[in-house]
Design a protein around this ligand. Structure first.
Ligand code: AMP
Length: 309
């Protein structure tokens, strides 16, 4: 049985969309990744930090989904990470309104002994310095190291980010971030430049327009499921990454062909995430709901071409 270690923010979010607004709700890249991957991989472990204000109820929910929380630090007298964002009318682009690092500011990731020898590592959105520490603190290099990042870290920690990129296998970012990281508008040119920075594989997420996978001279594209209503895209990218890595870990196959299946698994999970605010939709999915959704993806792109020119 393969194991997955996830590192990422476990946090509070406040979200504003053209259709509604929330007070502080549970969010965080690590939360979304762990919930999503829990539907695929049994042995999964989280490395994160929260403050005293973080509700035990959510910790219990993660634990009930089989997430090992030995690596979750709870800091007495401190506050959890808080992020607030506002979506534009197209729901594809958003502005960050507030980022309060709080406990993340001095986060020193602890890797419990039981996490050592993990096979798959997902470095969720966090300071690149912390992401690198996690790689270095694992005694053996995992089979596959994937990483997410965002414009926030490109703006304030580009030097650390450059170092961390050299140590990973797959970078998973969105189109806007790929453009900022590479300085190229064309995503094909951006993909080339980014892979010269370290990762052999690159996934570029394009929100409602699907996701692209690049490796060597190969490329693969998966659409997003056309949904009637999108309530809240927050965490969709992390949910995608969780489904992708969970699928790879559960099948223990890191070939390009299997990564394509992983992308479909990730896209299916992301399509659930956006249906409700926060993590709600990811908390109680059934196996058949996920299987049906994956089947919808297969149908969406499946065609038989009978006649060419
Ligand atoms: P996504 O919508 O997939 O890009 O992820 C949104 C999640 O990332 C939210 O739940 C936030 O709590 C978290 N997040 C936002 N900014 C940061 C940051 N600078 N570092 C770590 N996590 C963040």
């Amino acid at each position: 049985m393969m194991s997955l270690v996830t590192v990422g923010s476990v946090a509070f979010d406040a979200i504003e969309t053209p259709f509604g607004k929330t007070d502080k709700i549970i969010g965080g890249a690590g939360t979304y990744i762990a919930l999503s991957s829990s539907y695929f991989v049994k042995e999964q472990n989280i490395v994160a930090v929260v403050g005293e204000d973080f509700p035990q109820e959510m910790i219990d929910k993660l634990s009930n989904r089989g997430v090992n929380l030995e690596g979750l630090q709870i800091k007495k007298g401190e506050k959890s990470f808080f992020w607030s964002g506002k979506y534009n009318i197209d729901m594809n682009s958003r502005d960050t309104l507030i980022t309060e690092l709080n406990v993340l500011e001095h986060f020193d990731p602890i890797i419990p002994e039981s996490y050592q020898n993990c096979d798959y590592l997902m470095l969720g959105n966090l300071s690149p310095d912390v992401q690198l520490k996690v790689i270095k603190r694992l005694k053996n290099r995992p089979k596959l190291v994937a990483m997410d990042t965002m414009n926030f870290w490109m703006d304030i920690a580009m030097e650390d980010l450059t170092k961390t990129l050299k140590e990973i296998d797959i970078l998973i970012i969105n189109d806007e971030e790929a453009r900022q990281l590479s300085g190229e508008y064309s995503l094909v040119k951006a993909a080339k430049k980014i892979r010269e920075m370290g990762p052999k594989y690159l996934i570029i997420k394009k929100g409602e327009h699907g996701a692209l996978l690049f490796h060597g001279s190969n490329a693969f594209f998966a659409p997003a499921l056309p949904l009637e209503d999108v309530f809240d895209p927050t965490g969709a990218g992390d949910t995608f990454a969780g489904g992708f890595m969970g699928y790879l870990a559960s099948t223990d196959d890191i070939s390009f062909e299997n990564m394509k299946r992983g992308i479909i698994a990730g896209s299916a999970m992301a399509s659930f995430c956006v249906e409700k605010f926060g993590t709600e939709r990811l908390e109680n999915l059934t196996k058949s709901e996920i299987e049906d959704r994956i089947h919808e993806f297969v149908q969406l792109t499946n065609f038989d071409m009978v006649q060419s020119v």
